[in-house]
Write a protein that binds this ligand. Structure first.
Ligand code: TXA
Ligand code: MG
Length: 320
């Protein structure tokens, strides 16, 4: 394994590895991705193996621009085109009917493909270098916390990944928003683009309900789990004696008595809070305390994505 700063030389090396059927970890503006050429089914199988990801959980395909989008999507509805114009390149993933040439392993056998154009210059340089779509899930073991630094990737997957490009901490720190078009637009995963901003562009977006079949397997209730049990709670209601053995993930202000605390945003800014979330969870998790108490945040703007990740982390804890 090598962790290399993302320079033109290391990006060129990653390009050669990808072209040869290899798997490379690289920074995006959301979280770090674990990538391989989307049309190379054998290389994609390695991603599933490295992540210990179940084969029913499809991957996101990354493209450079619209021309590359049409290599993987057979049809782009009008609303999707408007979203592409407004938000690409950037942290918005669209689920669209797939081209038959996209290997079934990428889409877990679905007739649709999830696709986004990342804005991160290193991800874009890789895409330009290989000249082909790159399929990349987040570079973490299945179900674990997402990586927002090269070090997170090295720690969790280091031995099985040949090259990790280090582009510094992720700007958004939370995954892309996923929108599907099943009749009308449907929010499949809240993420780095607020659903309010999407609705300002294309009108009402259906919130996918938690009943019915999970459309995005990332919607599995247990996901994004630290090893330390986590609960979403009003920390003010937690007795001092219990605080001493726990870590606090606070929105604005820490409370006294906790063994450790991380504040997501002193200014109470939800975007800053989203960008800090996984990094703070990685840090608190490493302390090996009895529990993490997470304070809730308002479910507007990026608060929706934050609460989504915290609830899933809590669901994993209660099943552990
Ligand atoms: O920000 C991101 O999207 C990051 C970076 C690396 O781009 N990637 C990411 O990938 O979060 P991953 O694999 O961790 O999450 C992809 C989600 C999964 O929940 C998957 O089920 C969903 O996308 N997905 C993929 N293809 C789908 C499809 N055809 N229909 C519905 N959901 C799909
Ligand atoms: Mg993931």
């Amino acid at each position: 394994m090598a962790v290399l700063p993302a320079t033109p030389e290391s990006i060129a090396r990653a390009t050669v590895l990808l072209r040869g059927g290899g798997v490379v970890a690289f920074p995006t503006e959301t979280v770090y991705g674990l990538g391989a050429l989307a049309f190379d089914a054998f290389a994609i199988a390695r991603i599933f193996e490295i992540k210990r990801r179940p084969s029913f959980d499809p991957l996101i395909v990354h493209v450079l621009e619209r021309a590359m989008l049409h290599r993987v999507a057979s049809h782009v509805p009008e609303a999707a085109q408007r979203l592409v114009e407004r938000f690409w390149p950037g942290p918005l993933t669209l689920v669209l009917p797939k081209q038959s040439s996209v290997p079934g392993i990428v889409t877990a056998g679905l007739a649709t493909v999830a696709v986004r154009a990342p804005s991160h210059p290193v991800a874009r340089a890789l895409l330009a270098g290989v000249g082909e779509p790159i399929a990349a899930p987040s570079a973490n073991p299945f179900g674990a916390l997402s990586p927002t630094r090269a070090g997170h990737v090295a720690q969790a997957l280091g031995e099985s990944v040949e090259l990790i490009l280090d582009g510094g901490p992720s700007e958004y720190g939370i995954e892309s928003t996923i929108v599907g078009f099943d009749g009308g637009p449907v929010l499949l995963r809240p993420g780095a683009v607020a659903v309010e901003a999407i609705e300002a562009t294309i009108g009402p977006v259906l919130r996918s309900s938690s009943d019915g079949p999970a459309r995005a397997p990332g919607q599995l209730p247990e996901h994004y789990a630290p090893r330390t049990p986590l609960r979403v709670i009003d920390p003010a209601s937690v007795p001092q004696t219990e605080r001493a053995r726990a870590a606090l993930l606070a929105m604005r202000e820490p409370l006294t008595g906790y063994a450790a605390a991380r504040v997501l945003s002193h200014r109470g800014d939800l975007r800053e809070a989203a960008a800090t979330l996984f990094e703070a969870l990685h840090e608190l998790d490493a302390l090996g305390l009895e529990r993490i108490d997470a304070q809730s945040v308002p479910e507007r703007g990026l608060g929706l994505a934050i609460m989504d990740r915290l609830r899933r982390a809590q669901a994993s804890s209660s099943n552990a």
